[in-house]
Ligand binder design. Structure first.
Ligand SMILES: [Zn+2]
Length: 468
């Protein structure tokens, strides 16, 4: 365990108990966290980016506290909207899902979001979902009807506890379909039949496909275990998605709870209005990163406490950019100060704010206090310490990882993370590699590195993110 942080306790607001609790993992040598990831058929909007950034910060904090953290964020790559998009484009669903999964990874990378340790895909876990459904049926918590498998909500008395809703609210809130094959109006679908022109898997109930909720329960069981330490996601997922996850997992694990801590981030509104297609104010991360530095978008998302609703405004984003100018300005003034920043360098007041249920607004005000001191400090030893503190604190929330000169030279403008330009360079590099023109491939890699972009070659192609 990290020597500095061990003196402090992490407290987190647990939706399950509706209070702040001291977080102690079940096994300090394997801390487990799962966050519901994107359904990949279109671009992520700024509301989708918030949980990615918030839980990236939590993962960074957990990694400082514990030697081994397993953070999983799934990819939902089978869903009716995906099927509709693929059909409209006349392609296989994998063409749609792989494209948008790549875009999601790159967009989040531009916001400084580190790749999770695991990124399970729903379509790789259908066997595990079928196994879980068989156990649920066996235990009397689910039933097959008309090619469907349904979870029987009245069979689990704990249903509704996470979201604090009563039965009538739940039935109304879930907008559940009234269907003749349902035993109870609140019952939800685990499995549904696929028409011949729809993607499907063979199952004991015929050819079909999973519903959305069962995938998270099955992937958590497969990759992390029966009970995990932290389950996160946006507040919009609390009901019915998370409530359903709780029920499926507990009922297939003899009552063992799915997660010890449930964390939910608040909504993102746009200029005081609800973000919606009908208003036409949906802000895509893909567009925002061509208008502003990814780091400024990240900071704007962290400027409010994660549990509160966040009002996204153009002024807020401009302000985040100015905040980074000030912080990088302080670092630039310290350019000739020798200091060896370590992960332990973040000052206590900053760390304490983060450990207090990720109070990022408080942590940021501490960061500015250091920058202010650094700007007027004259003692060389103190200056070195303040520089280490600024960099150490920045690392903990995923900012200030750029060379200050690079930030002011344009690295901090949006142009260096023009997604299309980067994609073009990556394609050119891959073409050069194919032609065995390694000198050119290396030259392009260096060009990207100079832009502050780090590329990674993986089995699914080349991905990129802003270097840290
Ligand atoms: Zn989920």
């Amino acid at each position: 365990m990290n020597t500095q942080l061990k003196r402090h306790k992490l407290t987190l607001y647990n939706t399950l108990t509706r209070k702040k609790e001291i977080f102690e993992p079940a096994d300090p040598n394997r801390v487990t966290m799962y966050v519901c990831g994107p359904t990949v058929y279109n671009h992520a909007h700024i509301g989708n980016a918030r949980p990615a950034v918030v839980f990236d910060v939590l993962a960074r904090v957990l990694r400082r506290l514990y030697p081994h953290v397993v953070y999983a964020r799934n990819i939902t790559d089978i869903e009716d909207k995906i099927i509709a998009a693929a059909k409209a484009q006349g392609v296989d669903i994998s063409v749609v899902t792989e494209k948008y999964a790549d875009i999601y990874r790159n967009d989040m990378g531009a916001l400084g979001v580190l790749a999770p340790d695991l990124e399970p895909k729903a379509t790789d876990s259908v066997a595990e979902m079928i196994s879980m459904m068989e156990r649920l049926i066996e235990a009397g918590h689910a039933y097959a009807a008309d090619g469907h498998v349904l979870f029987n909500v009245p069979s689990y008395p704990g249903y509704g506890r996470l979201s604090g809703r009563d039965r009538d609210e739940m039935v109304a809130g879930a907008r559940v379909e009234v269907a003749p094959y349902k035993k109870d109006p609140a019952d939800f679908v685990l499995w549904k039949p696929s028409a011949p022109d729809q993607p499907g898997w063979d199952s004991p109930w015929g050819r079909g496909r999973p519903g959305w909720h069962i995938e998270c329960s099955a992937m958590i069981e497969k990759h992390l275990g029966q009970t995990i330490d932290i389950h996160g996601g946006g507040i919009d997922l609390q009901f019915p998605h998370h409530e359903n996850e709780v029920a499926q997992s507990a009922c297939s694990h003899h009552g063992a709870p799915l997660a010890r801590f449930w964390l939910h981030n608040g909504f993102v509104n746009i200029e005081s209005e609800k973000m919606s297609k009908s208003i036409g104010n949906v802000l895509l991360v893909h567009d925002l990163i061509s208008q502003a530095p990814g780091e400024a978008i990240r900071l704007a998302l962290l400027a409010g406490h994660y549990r509160q609703p966040l009002d996204w405004t153009a002024e807020g984003l401009a302000q985040a950019k100015r905040m980074l100018d000030r912080l990088y300005g302080a670092l630039r003034n310290l350019a000739d100060v020798r200091s060896e920043p370590t992960n332990d360098a973040a000052p206590d007041a900053f760390v304490d704010a983060l450990l207090d249920d990720l109070n990022t607004p408080k942590a940021l005000s501490e960061l500015f206090a250091i920058a202010k001191r650094a700007n007027t400090e004259t003692d060389p030893g103190t200056k070195a310490l303040l520089k280490a503190e600024l960099i150490g604190a920045g690392r903990l929330i995923g900012i200030l990882e750029m060379d200050p000169e690079a930030w002011f030279a344009g690295g901090g403008t949006a142009s260096h993370i023009d997604g299309d330009e980067i994609e073009r360079l990556i394609a050119a590099r891959n073409a050069a590699r194919k032609e065995k023109n390694f000198a050119e491939a290396d030259r392009i890699r260096d060009e990207l590195a100079a832009m502050g972009v780090q590329i990674e070659d993986g089995p699914q192609g080349t991905s990129w993110r802003v270097a840290s």
